[in-house]
Structures are given as C-alpha cells and as structure tokens.
Design a protein around this ligand. Structure first.
Ligand code: DLL
Length: 431
C-alpha cells in the first residue's frame, strides 16, 4: 500500500474526517464561489446546516451545465494566482468543461494516483509506460504523477505509433502499462500479429480506464499481454484518473473516501439510494482547493459495495460502470456528445441539421461515422460541389470533436425521425 494509514483507516475515523472536511468545503465554497452561495440560499440553507455526511441530501446538485454556465473559471474557489494547472474535457457543445487545480490539488492527485499504482502492484523498482494522451486530457499527466510519486521510472510515451510503443515495452523491460483498455488490446494484438513471444516482455500490470470495458475484454487483454489488468476510474471535473481503482482482488474500484464522498442517486428523482442499488454516482470533493465540487452529477451508472475487502483497504468500492444516463459516447478514450456535432454543423450551407453518429469497432479500434443530410435543393446561387460540402463538414466536425469522423452525406429525409426523442447515435461496438 502507498499510504497504509489512510487506505485502511477504520470506518468510524474515516467518517469523522469526512464530516469535518465536508463542513470545511461547504464553508469554503459558500464564501468564495457566488454560484454555490446563490444555490444554497435558494435551497434555504447555509453552511451551519451542514454538520456531516448525513446532511448531504440537503445540498443542491451541481451539473455539467453549471460548469458550462460559469465557463471558464466561474466555479474556481481559489484566486488566479493560486491556480497552477487547468485541464479540460469535452463539453456538451463547443466549449470544454474546465477544471482548475492549485499546487496542493496537483499534489493530492499525485498521491491518489500513487495509491492507484500501488493497488496495481507497482513499486519503485518498476518501469511504467504511460500511453494515455498527455495534454488537456487528464490521463497522461495523472498516471505520470502517480508512477513518479511511487518512485517508478516513467516512460511518457503518450498515445499513437504502436510499433514504437511495442519497441519501448520490449527494449526497456516495462513492467506496467497505463492506457485505455482499447489501446491495450491494440498493442496486445499487434504484438501477437508480429509474432513476438511474451517471454521477451516483463509486463506484469495494466492500469486501464477512461472508457467502459467488460470482463470479457479484461480476460482478452490479460491473455494478450500476460498481465493483471486493473480498472481505474475518474473524471476531469472531479480530479482526473485515480478517483477509484481496483486492488489485487479486481472486484470493484476503491474510491478514496478521505477525498471524495460518493453517493448513489436515482437519476430521475435525485433521491439518494442505498449503496447496493444501481443508480447514478455523484461525488462531492472534500479536499480540493481550486475547484471543489458539491454533489456533482457524473451521469455514470454503478453500484457501491461497502462490504469489507480482503485487501484490507476500508474504502468503499464501486462496480464496473454499466452505462450512462446521458448520450455521451466515449470513442478512443475521447468523450463525444452528439450535441457537439450539432454545433459543428450549424451555419454550413447545403446541409440539413439532421445527423446520426454511428460508432463501430473495427480491428479493436473504434470508428465514428457521422451521417448528415444534404439540403433538399442545394443553394442555386452557389455552385458548391458535394465534395466541398463534405470537406467543410469534415473539417468542422473533426475540429469540434478532436477525433476524426468519416462523413457520409445522405439524401434529405433519409435519417429516421422518431415521434419522441430522435436517436442521434447508433453504437454497434458491443454487438
Ligand atoms: O477519462 C479520466 C481518466 C483518465 C480516467 C484515465 C481513467 C483513466 P474524462 O475525460 O473527464 O476523464 O472522462 C470521464 O469517462 O465520467 C466515465 O463516463 C468515463 N470513464 C472514466 N474512467 C472509466 C472507467 C477521464 N474505468 C468519463 N470505466 C467518466 C468506464 C470510465 N468509464
């Protein structure tokens, strides 16, 4: 374990710590963030009404739309000169969802990712290849800090160039790999296809997350790479990777409850549910300084398991995610909202605002096709070739999403309409 005392803290002691930290964070946001003050006043409460975890249901939820409305820095609780890092992930339209960190927040992140790496069995004698993207996305830097904090040798490979990745894994004798599960499978398949025997590698552990993956995929990647594959969860708004991680038992991800308070709620009514009931997981951060979040709606569906874990860690576990309550897709680790495509299409002449996102998995890699309807009659004042429309749509969609999409222009009226909510996505990956 990286921090034995914190990770095995008796539940009673943990609860006292959570109560105190919750009181502190509520007082902090009430004082520093006008948005929270207004929301709490509207709900008829003030920080003195919050004594501890039991009072969580009194507090209003925070939604992704609140982050959008306060874009970019409106929810920061620390002054600009204390913010040392800004990350972002896809928002529902053109603007990203922003997260601000103080130096202390980045330090805690490193510590929690170090706990995560230790859960996967990584030590200071190991070499860790980080093949998550480095950048605004939190995967690369988050895994990097964790491995570095534990004292391992970090190989910041970032994503792409599969052949070079495999060369590094083999030549450096890498012991642990951190990347998306899809990319781990791509690497494993490529190793198999190249006929390189696994005995030439020293890989032992994988720290895979940022997208949903199944037990079948776990077995597949474990076989391909000869490793134990650990599921790691997180989201940029709450911190990044390392909010929770599977220990050696591989039966649910321990949530670091000395920093985050999880709740399961009914996504329709917002009512708090028993831990063992499937619902939406909501987080309150209790130590963040830069951008604390109160009851943040993740839209991720799961179940909490508070039975004792044989590993000795006392922190509650969340089961593998079973879906989302919204229409967010994760394609090659990148979050994609259909509404982003709508924004990208706005203002392009010659097309209708009718579109469909079709996601498939080909040779273990996700592909995205965006079907867009052509206007019934193309503008007569302008001789715009279909090809030009295609290129304009492609450039606009690619730059909005940050990943490449195949554009298929289809005749007007050919995308099915429904009487209710028009389905904007077809996901064939699990079929
Ligand atoms: O994906 C942070 C991360 C990086 C986690 C690397 C793990 C490893 P975002 O880009 O903000 O942050 O996306 C967050 O991704 O709400 C989930 O829907 C999904 N997600 C993250 N981890 C998992 C996982 C990063 N282990 C969103 N299983 C979350 C399933 C996951 N879905």
């Amino acid at each position: 374990m990286f921090d034995h005392a914190a990770e095995t803290m008796p539940r009673g002691e943990l609860r006292d710590l959570q109560d105190k930290r919750l009181r502190d964070v509520v007082a902090l946001v009430y004082e520093k963030v006008p948005f929270y003050r207004a929301k709490m006043r509207e709900a008829g409460i003030s920080p003195c009404d919050i004594h501890g975890v039991g009072d969580l249901p009194k507090l209003p939820f925070t939604n992704k739309s609140d982050l959008r409305d306060n874009y970019p820095f409106g929810l920061f609780a620390a002054p600009q000169d204390k913010i040392t890092r800004i990350h972002a992930s896809s928002g529902t339209t053109g603007k990203p969802t922003v997260s601000g960190y103080t130096a202390y927040d980045v330090d805690v992140w490193g510590e929690l990712m170090a706990r995560a790496m230790a859960c996967a069995g990584v030590t200071n004698k190991d070499i860790v290849q980080v093949s998550y993207g480095y950048g605004l996305f939190t995967g690369g830097l988050g895994a990097h800090y964790g491995a570095e904090r534990i004292g391992a040798s970090v190989v910041p490979a970032s994503v792409g160039n599969t052949r070079r990745q495999i060369m590094l894994l083999e030549d450096f004798g890498v012991n642990a790999l951190a990347c998306t599960p899809t990319y781990a499978i791509v690497l494993g398949e490529a190793i198999r296809e190249a006929g390189i025997p696994l005995s030439r590698f020293k890989l032992r552990a994988g720290v895979f997350g940022a997208e949903p993956w199944t037990e079948v995929q776990r077995k597949h990647v474990e076989g391909l790479l000869g490793i134990h594959a650990h599921d790691v969860y997180g989201l940029s708004e709450v911190m990044g990777p390392g909010v929770s991680i599977e220990c050696g038992e591989q039966k649910g991800m321990h949530i670091w409850e000395d920093h985050f308070l999880p709740e399961i709620i009914d996504p329709d009514t917002g009512e708090q549910l028993a831990n063992s009931t499937r619902g939406e997981i909501v987080f309150t951060t209790i130590t963040k300084e830069g951008m604390p979040l109160i009851r943040y709606r993740t839209h991720d569906l799961t179940v909490l398991d508070d039975t004792p874990c044989p590993c000795g860690r006392t922190h509650v576990r969340m089961k593998k995610l079973t879906g989302r309550t919204d229409d967010m897709l994760i394609i090659r680790g990148v979050n994609v909202f259909p509404s982003q495509v709508e924004t990208a299409l706005a203002g392009i002449a010659g097309i209708e605002p009718q579109y469909l996102l079709v996601v498939r998995r080909e040779r273990n890699l996700d592909t995205l096709e965006v079907r867009v309807e052509l206007a019934p009659s193309l503008p007569s004042d302008e001789v715009r070739g279909i090809e030009r429309i295609h290129d304009e749509v492609e450039a606009s969609v690619d730059s909005m999403l940050g990943i490449h999409a195949e554009i298929r222009l289809v005749p007007s009226g050919s995308i099915p309409r429904s009487e209710g909510k028009t389905p904007r996505t077809q996901d064939w990956r699990d079929k």
